[in-house]
Design a binder for this molecule. Sequence first.
Ligand code: NOJ
Length: 559
Amino acid sequence: MSFSHDSSAMPSSPPSSAPQPPQPPQPWWKEAVFYQIYPRSFFDSNGDGEGDLPGITAHLEHVRDLGADAIWLSPFYTSPNKDGGYDVANPRDVDPRHGNLNDAEKLFARAKELNLKILVDIVPNHFSDAHPWFAQALASPKGSAERSRFHFYEGKSATTPPNNWISLFGGSAWTQVEDGQWYLHLFDSSQPDLNWENEDVKRDFEKTLRFWLDLGVDGFRIDVAHGLVKENILADHYDPQGLSDALRLDVEMTAEARGTLLASVPFFDRDGVHEIYREWRKLFDSYNRDVMAVAEAWVHPPERSTLYVRPDELQQVFNFDLLVAPFDDQELFACVDRTVTLIGGVGASPTWALSNHDTPRVVSRAGKDQARALAIFTFGLPGSCYVFQGQELGLPDAHLEDSDRQDPAFFRTKGVQKGRDGARVPLPWDGSTTPFGFTSGKPWLPVPQEWQSLSVAAETGQEESSLELYRRALKVRKNLSSGLSSFAWTQTPDGSGVISYRRGSTLVVLNTSTEAKRIEIDENSTVVLASNVALQGAPVAAGNFEIGALSCLWVEPTN
Ligand code: NOJ
């Protein structure tokens, strides 16, 4: 194969046949596979139609059997649930619909038994308006200490908000209260933004971090990590609608226009956020174990993401490029190369995700074969992979009626944005009738009858199923004889649609084109993993080998 690019960003290791010098143990999270659990949709143990913590505990073996190393739990805290739990009314308690603190402890204990690390979500940009602080703020006068925990300001006039910012869920980012003042909410009006210059806010979050660490969690996923500090809060933006569109992934615009607008966001990625994470890092390091955090930070330009993983800040930052990248060799190459170079370049570990609870599922976005190929393409890359529940089953987004929808983005945009509910439909577990074992009651979102063949039970043991592909892939990923340290491109985009890289002694080849392609393999090898199950285990004689359309292979030299 044409050798074209050796990423110097990643440390390289000798081939597996050479004697390996002893390696210091890696931090557990560096190459971990994280399985994202959206508690409301994982498993309902009490028949109320919504998933809960006992349901997760009872089905955690599914995650262990998959071969994941850790779970990330989306919020399960006390919440009116106007934004799927990301509207937190008490960050140190469990919402009754999900169980109670005792259930959380049982879940954590079970995860430890199964050798799964635990991340919980921390939501520091805003509270719910049902948090007692907000009621106190409303009951207190203008300019009071209670109001200063949030962003309360006078309007430009009696009926005009302090500035023209648009909420990420649509509509003004300001809501007026009875005495005429306005409060800022980058998301729903039920999610007032917190003022991170206020000492109460800082102390309260430290308390929350300690609370969950003391209960045994191993780290945090930090929601809207780039949003905590706002600049020029009383100034209008020159193009609020343009900015709002640029922040939405489903609005098309040129990369240049988007780049210019994103460089001007006054409420994201301000330098001040880093002081907060430096303080949090000290707190993490005060624990006698390897505590980590991953930042949800959509930043522009991508170089800015490296700031979040400086040695005295957080361990990981999400890379969202693959959530939106088309199935195209050039785009995929550019995305991976940029991430490995930037993040690896500062000594941090990259992260890869194909789906999450905020974006269309990869099967719906890219296609079924493409989703399989992308999964194993990313599982070979250096760094951590995040798998969203149901991704392993190859679930598509569910078609929902508007009357089923619950996402605030749907309501605030008056239906212009359909919202994220399609990706959040409960998991199908077994049986032949919807909701396939998820609940004995009525599921909070309908589970399509067509998912019968996509349940955990239906896919188990079916060699060609997505679930068995994921199980195989994670097993092979763990057993890679060469270790997972070196990374080098072996074929960059050349018009054929094929790209490939070598990880240790494993060659990973992706064919994004709709035609089979011939590739050169230097030595007798074996296909140790294939998105096209027919090739699994196939011997490959040195020379020319055919890779099918829209597929990915892992090939190892035969000993
Ligand atoms: C990002 C979360 O992933 C999303 O679900 C939520 O709506 C917003 N942050 C606001 O918390």
